[in-house]
Design a protein around this ligand. Sequence first.
Ligand code: AHM
Ligand code: MG
Length: 334
Amino acid sequence: MSIVKTLGQFIIERQKDFPFAKGELSRLLRDLGIAAKIVNRAINKAGLIDILGEAGSTNVQGEHQKKLDLYANEQFIAALQCGGECCIVISEENDEYIYIDSEVSKDAKYIVALDPLDGSSNIDVNVGVGTIFSIYRRKSLTGHATLNDALQKGTEQVASGYIIYGSSTMLVYTTGKGVNGFTLDPSIGEFCLSHPDLKIPNSGNIYSINEGNYNYFPDGVKKYIKYCQVEDKLTNRPYTSRYTGSMVADLHRTLIKGGVFIYPPTSGANKGKLRLVYECNPMAFIVEQAGGRASNGYNRILDIEVEELHQRSAIFIGSTDMVKKAEEFMLSFS
Ligand code: AHM
Ligand code: MG
């Protein structure tokens, strides 16, 4: 008989990795897991309840918000507000940081960054979407935490993770000691350990990029795409192309099967589209912890200085050998 290990049990077990910890991070991760289940429930029956489509508002990036974007944002923030371990939430859907001013949070020392519903253009067509989170320790020791506490480099992350609402729902996270994946068992309503100590293959045969933007890509990316398409038995080329439009889904596949995911700079956006704090840093932390690599084409993602909450960054992420090869093209041609 196989013994199921739930996310809650696993988190408690892993607390010994942090001998001086008092269990706050564990409680924070548990709160995120609870919000994930609530959001999962809404996504699962999205066609049956009035939650598909546009909300009629835009976020700070000028993107149209979907009803589910806002619902997921509310649920995660509410879970963090009730939990008492988080003093500031920053979210892709909110212009400013949210200071949690409550009795239970008065000693809270963690800051949580959220992309509550990544890939939301896919919601209405039932393609996998996700949530991305990232956790930092506040820098200031006394008084109210401020924006300055939230502007930290990716190397300062204490934990990061994502939830993929796909053919099954999974939560994958790291606290800097490897990466573990949990699949939601709907019959017991628990995330159960299904992918212990995930490692990304060093190489793969899938490249993932929105080729519709080809004409706007820098020469290094154009030439790398051509390289992926040329036949070469030794390196298993031509590679296969896969791109869903949900970073979480594309990166989850990359983590399991190997490959490279690229959202490059374009002629109209020299830092690409994806957000450093909500998307690039958390995913870079996970992929590095799984043995992979993440850069903006030239420099390590986790070392980029964070100057503003909604800062963007190009990203080349995935199997180490493939990312290095793409970087070679960037250095030589862009
Ligand atoms: P979102 O967080 O507003 O959903 O945007 C991020 C998404 C990523 O999941 C995905 O990789 C990318 O945007 C797709 O963008 P594009 O349609 O330009 O390829
Ligand atoms: Mg996103």
